[in-house]
Design a binder for this molecule. Structure first.
Ligand code: PLP
Length: 495
């Protein structure tokens, strides 16, 4: 028997090469694989042994099972025909960055726990702030000393920690924690409701006693007039508006909430404004799209996900705040076993370059060295190529939208600021909306059953009531013009 249970260095090297070969081959085969998995619930579970092995198995056996068991159970998110939800981009440099992070195996919970993990991350947040042209107050360098950013796992976590920071600040200013009210639009991501449930502001998704979900205009953007009315009403009732979540690029239709008037409202009432730009933030690296973030200087925090549309594998959500004291006030707690000289010096303001402990910026204690993959992506592509990447997807989306607009069988369901097209079947003369929507649903099912493409749906509020809407988001790493043209051919064929 092997005296050591571990892979030898040579075994590891060989297995790693095999695995990289496997991934490279997978990427080259993506165009041939069905986008949507055809597995039935329980298929894979039935094929996996009920008990773990007592004896070691060779790596080859694992690789074989990746082909035989795992592959059929995958919906291939990186397939060029994947147009569902929002994308979850990867790229070769991002994957290598992930691999290196795993190989280093450090935990960057404290600055002292691995200084490089914290400082590369600080620099990456400033690099991205520069690419987005964010105001200085969100930056580590050149800011006002109360701003900065870090990587969160997901936009949902950013929504939650922003809410916790907002509550901390409101209570520190004398508000009664039981009288706080949060505001967002009906089109905001469900993570706002979930955050309210976790924070104890809502007992259930439909408990609106401390969370107002306000109607939107006909572009599906929040209406400042309704926010203003709701806030005045709550203030008159003795409640404290403490948190507003605005969305730049809603999940259903990439609607853009107007940050300028909502920022003024937040400022007037001392409420925290969080901007959720999870998907659309990536486009703001292009100067021609920065207008989407106009007014962001009045926000207290914002986030966007390079793991959606900027070639950086999940998980990578960038969170910035202009009030880090409120955030760490809400999340910092120091047990004896985490005390260390660098953190203490920072706390007493005694060092030249104070140590930042990112465990005070998030829910968990431990954190992976996620900044590596972003560093790899930004350096391997360069900003110019990243902008070109975004622009190509928007060009393809513009093309597809033109085809749909020119074909009377379809109607466009929402404005298209970026790379998401919302459309549906137009009712024939005399046909009801619900019958036309049933045909849209049928169209979507038929498209997805081809295995060539995967699109998803939403429901949007209209003057005629809620309408079924097909969503097609063009944002895949491997998606090219021919894939969009093929999708359009299929859409016409099945309509
Ligand atoms: C995708 C999305 C989210 C949730 O993203 P996670 O990172 O998976 O939590 C939140 N808000 C918006 C607007 C999104 O599009």
């Amino acid at each position: 028997m092997n005296p050591s249970p571990h892979m030898s260095p040579d075994q590891f090297r060989a297995a790693a090469h095999q695995l990289i070969d496997w991934i490279t081959d997978y990427w080259s085969r993506l165009d041939e694989l069905p986008v949507l998995s055809r597995a039935k619930p329980g298929d894979l579970l039935a094929a996996l042994p009920a008990a773990p092995p007592e004896q070691p198995e060779p790596f080859d056996a694992l690789l074989a099972d990746i082909d035989n068991l795992i592959l059929p159970g995958l919906t291939n998110w990186q397939a060029p025909g994947f147009f569902a939800f929002f994308p979850a981009n990867i790229s070769p440099p991002a994957v290598l960055g992930e691999l290196l992070s795993a190989g280093l195996g450090v935990n960057g919970m404290l600055w002292a726990a691995s200084p490089a993990a914290t400082e590369v991350e600080m620099r990456m947040l400033d690099w991205m702030a520069a690419l987005l042209d964010l105001p200085a107050k969100f930056r580590w360098s050149g800011g006002n000393g109360n701003g900065g950013g870090c990587i969160q796992g997901t936009a949902s976590e950013s929504t939650l920690i922003a809410m916790l920071a907002a509550r901390h600040r409101a209570v520190a200013r004398g508000a009664d924690p039981s009288e706080l009210v949060a505001y967002t639009s009906t089109q905001a991501h469900s993570s706002v409701i979930k955050a309210a449930m976790i924070a104890g502001l809502a007992r259930a998704p439909d408990d609106h006693s401390h969370l107002r979900l306000l109607d939107v205009d006909d572009t599906f953007a929040l209406r400042p007039d309704l926010f203003s009315e709701a806030i005045e009403h709550d203030v008159a009732a003795g409640l404290t508006p403490f948190y507003i979540c605005a969305t730049v690029g809603t999940t259903s239709s990439t609607a853009i909430d107007p940050l300028v008037p909502i920022g003024e409202l937040a400022h007037r009432h001392g409420a925290w404004l969080h901007v959720d730009a999870a998907h659309a933030g990536a486009a703001c690296i292009c100067p021609e799209h920065r207008g989407l973030l106009r007014g962001v200087e009045s926000a207290d925090s914002l986030c966007f996900n390079p793991h959606k549309w900027l070639l950086t594998s999940f998980d990578c959500d960038l969170f910035w705040t202009g009030d880090r004291a409120a955030l760490t006030g809400a999340l910092s707690i120091t047990p004896e076993y985490l005390k260390n000289a660098a953190s203490q010096a920072a706390a007493s303001g005694g060092t030249l370059s104070p140590a930042v402990d990112f465990r005070d910026w998030q829910i968990p204690l431990g954190r992976r060295f996620r900044a590596l993959k972003l560093w790899f992506v930004l350096r391997s592509y360069g900003a110019e190529n990243l902008r070109a990447y975004i622009r190509e997807h928007i060009r393809l989306a513009t093309w597809l939208e033109e085809q749909l607009r020119a074909d009377p069988r379809f109607e466009l369901a929402a404005p298209r600021p970026l790379n998401l097209i919302c459309f549906r079947i137009a009712p024939r003369a005399g046909e009801s909306h619900s019958d036309a929507d049933a045909r849209s649903r049928e169209l979507l099912n038929r498209l997805n059953s081809t295995g060539r493409v995967y699109l998803t749906h939403t429901v949007l509020p209209t003057s005629a009531g809620p309408r079924y809407t097909i969503r097609m988001c063009i944002g895949g790493t491997f998606t090219q013009e021919r894939h969009v043209r093929e999708a359009w051919t299929l859409i016409q064929q099945f309509a």
